[in-house]
Design a protein around this ligand. Structure first.
Ligand code: UDX
Length: 432
């Protein structure tokens, strides 16, 4: 099929490259000309495992093209995906100006039937606005359909997630749209759920909000665990063995970050408010997530007593492993709070150092984890990268001034570290 994907951010780039890999001809569009000129040469603005290779090989076999010319994309594609950003406005609402702009451009250049597929995370009813906007600005009376096809891929495993989704959600209104979309996704051989458009839009919001709720729930349990001497990892394992609960998204830690959960939660709460519903559960989820960072900071203060003048090593900056994304990363708030209290902070991350240099001021950027630990009074794990799971603790102990580990992601065995002479403090591991 001839496809275009408008918006070359995370979702747009990954979807475009994966659709090309499936044998389609894909045009990826972005109004950032610098980004497009880089992408044409295979320069990828984000770190995502496997993405660079996929883009380069599909550029070579001419199945993938990059352009800033939306007209070219609309004229040459039967299916047009919208994957532009929907950042949060000050009032918590999603900013939909990018979506409206794209809808108007599509309307201007349509010269035959087109299927417009909304993939950005948007408030319910956005697709009906897209439909109205196109119908208003369209020049000739051409036929078109609008589909809601929310994307559930995670950063760090985006290509795998695109190719192996638990479900493909298609919110649509016509048989023609259903046939095109099912043909497009048929090579993935995954379950397809066809719903009405508004249900599809809500599935995305409800899923992300539910996952965030699971995380805040287990983080709240971690607080209780510390008080009573239970281990939250054991509690989560026991809960997760119940199929009705499931074992995923029950890792307690520094809280969730990233570009999706915080933004989507704000947007969903605002959608509720607009509809006259006070979404109290989600407000509590958001508060618990904020508190979790303060809770870990308090643990650090409780053990170090005075932060002023202490040297603190932080391993992991990205909001989760396998990405260089620092948006809403809990590490950033924690580091800034430590600096404010007068600490000298030494940091290391396997992939996010370049981006971190633009955000973090007054920290020492180190070339590896051991250099970061050198002379530090305390070692904090803020992101659970695999390379931190396999630390050489004998070497680490020699590097540190004080053998103290704050395990913000609960990746170590407290007994083992204690036996090796470390003071171990996890999140909800029973050592308040
Ligand atoms: C999320 C959704 O999972 C995805 O379906 C949606 O399309 C976009 O938002 P992403 O933000 O890339 O994906 O990462 P995810 O793996 O979901 O993690 C989000 C945050 O939750 C991270 O900060 C992670 O560290 C945290 N998390 C996750 C926990 O703290 N505990 C867990 O058990 C799981």
């Amino acid at each position: 099929m001839n496809i275009s994907v408008i918006g070359s951010g995370y979702v747009g780039l990954v979807s475009g490259a994966c659709f090309a890999e499936l044998g389609n001809h894909v045009i990826c569009v972005d109004n950032d000309k610098q980004k497009i000129s880089g992408l044409k040469k295979g320069v990828i603005p984000i770190y995502e495992p496997g993405l660079q290779e996929l883009i380069v090989s599909n550029l070579k076999n001419n199945r993938l093209k990059f352009t800033s010319n939306i007209k070219e994309a609309v004229k040459n594609s039967e299916v047009i995906f919208i994957a532009v950003g929907t950042p949060t406005l000050e009032n918590g609402e999603a900013d939909l100006t990018g979506i409206e702009d794209v809808a108007r451009s599509i309307a201007q250049h349509i010269d035959g039937y087109r299927l417009i597929v909304e993939k950005s995370t948007v408030p319910v009813e956005t697709c009906s606005w897209i439909k109205k906007t196109i119908a208003t600005y369209i020049k000739k009376k051409q036929k078109f359909d609008v589909v809601s096809n929310p994307e559930f891929l995670r950063e760090g495993s985006a290509i795998h997630d695109f190719n192996h989704p638990d479900r493909i959600v298609l919110g649509l209104e016509t048989l023609r749209a259903k046939q095109i979309m099912t043909n497009l996704y048929q090579p993935l051989n995954r379950p397809i759920l066809v719903t009405n458009i508004k249900s599809a839009e809500l599935i995305k919001h409800a899923s992300n909000a539910f996952l965030a709720t699971k995380i805040s729930f287990i983080n709240a349990i971690s607080r209780i665990c510390d008080q009573v001497g239970a281990d939250v990892r054991e509690v989560a394992a026991g809960m997760g063995m119940d199929n009705r609960i499931g074992r995923y998204f029950l890792h307690a830690g520094l809280g969730y970050g990233g570009s999706c959960f915080p933004k989507d939660l704000d947007a969903f709460i605002t959608i509720g408010e607009k509809l006259g519903y006070d979404f109290q559960i989600l407000k509590a989820v958001r508060n618990t997530n904020q508190e979790q960072k303060a809770f870990v900071l308090k643990k650090i203060k409780d053990v170090l007593w005075i932060i002023q003048g202490k040297t603190i090593a932080v391993l992991g900056l990205s909001f989760k492993p396998n990405t260089d994304d620092l948006r809403n990363a809990p590490s950033i708030d924690l580091i800034n709070a430590l600096i404010q209290e007068g600490a000298k902070v030494r940091v290391y991350d396997p992939k996010a150092m370049e981006k971190a240099k633009k955000i973090l001021k007054n920290v020492t950027f180190c070339k590896d984890k051991y250099q970061a630990a050198s002379g530090a009074d305390c070692l904090i794990i803020a992101t659970e990268w695999n390379e931190f799971k396999e630390l050489d603790f004998i070497k680490m102990k020699k590097k540190l001034k004080r053998a103290l580990v704050i395990d913000g992601r609960n990746i170590y065995d407290p007994k083992l570290l204690t036996k090796m002479g470390f003071t171990y403090i996890g999140v909800g591991r029973g050592n308040e």
